[in-house]
Design a protein around this ligand. Structure first.
Ligand code: CDP
Length: 259
């Protein structure tokens, strides 16, 4: 265990997630973890994105639109969107048993629903659009990182969308509402509330809550998360613009390091 981690464990034992107005990783209450976005990282997928949010490392790959199999599952009027969120066995502290579990089925469902208002499914009757999110390393907020990555990968695949979806969590630690909880904060905090949003129209497409917030904290947290989604949206856009304006067309990178 490295020194930083030992200090963190010590503070957690003393139930101190906030010290001198800063969080254990040095962030302010309203600060995102560093974000890195790479577009078009996989050769065999129609669209792809690598997304880092602090210690979270996520890959999203998109296939389609293609013919939906089995045929009886086709929708004659629009495309069917399949979304699979999967955690690699080595992505968590204790090895995770490979394959789907209740949590990954739930995360896949809410993530798919987060894209329902934006993907123009009516353009592709009887087709399937497949989205795969693979969590390579996790440190809380993986569903939000997965949605951000999937959004960019869908755009990279050229799937018609009304806009991008951006996602982040807010929560409560040591009685304070804070943005984008890391693993330690999530484990020892009082609440965690991931949201997804269409930033341009302020449309919330996912909202979940684990723990308790007062009505006032909820309102403040939602406002904070919505502001952060707008920041993430700009980074997603920048990464896509870079990808499609670069003549080499061999993938692009976009980064935000913590202020
Ligand atoms: O990742 P996210 O915050 O969207 O989902 P969560 O269910 O609130 O999980 C929080 C964190 O717990 C994950 O990011 C993982 O780091 C960790 N976790 C784990 O260690 N083992 C699992 N089987 C599931 C989650």
């Amino acid at each position: 265990m490295n020194e930083e981690r030992e200090k963190e464990e010590e503070a957690v034992e003393k139930r101190e997630l906030i010290k001198d107005g800063k969080r254990l990783d040095g962030r302010g209450f309203e600060e995102l973890r560093p974000i890195k976005i790479e577009v078009g990282v996989l050769k065999r997928a129609d669209g792809s994105c690598y997304f880092e949010l602090g210690e979270n490392k996520v890959i999203a790959a998109v296939y389609g639109p293609k013919e939906m199999h089995p045929r009886h599952a086709q929708d004659a009027k629009m495309a069917v969107v399949k979304f699979r969120y999967n955690m690699a066995p080595f992505s968590v502290d204790d090895r995770k048993r490979p394959g789907p579990d209740r949590r990954s089925v739930e995360v896949s469902k809410v993530s798919r629903e987060a894209f329902e208002p934006v993907i123009m499914r009516e353009f592709y009757p009887k087709a399937a659009i497949e989205v795969y999110v693979e969590i390579l390393q996790s440190d809380a907020g993986t569903r939000t990182a997965g949605i951000n990555a999937a959004s960019v990968a869908l755009a990279d695949a050229g799937i018609p969308m009304k806009d991008l979806v951006s996602s982040v969590a807010v929560g409560k630690i040591d009685g304070q509402v804070v943005l984008d909880l890391n693993g330690t904060e999530d484990n020892h905090g009082e609440a965690d509330m991931p949201i997804a949003m269409v930033a341009r129209t302020n449309t919330i497409t996912l909202l979940q809550m684990d723990g308790h917030l007062t009505a006032e904290e909820f309102g403040r947290g939602l406002k904070l998360a919505m502001g952060a989604c707008r920041q993430i949206y700009e980074l997603q856009r920048a990464a896509l613009i870079e990808r499609f304006s670069s003549s080499s067309n061999s993938g692009s990178k976009s980064e935000k390091r913590g202020e």
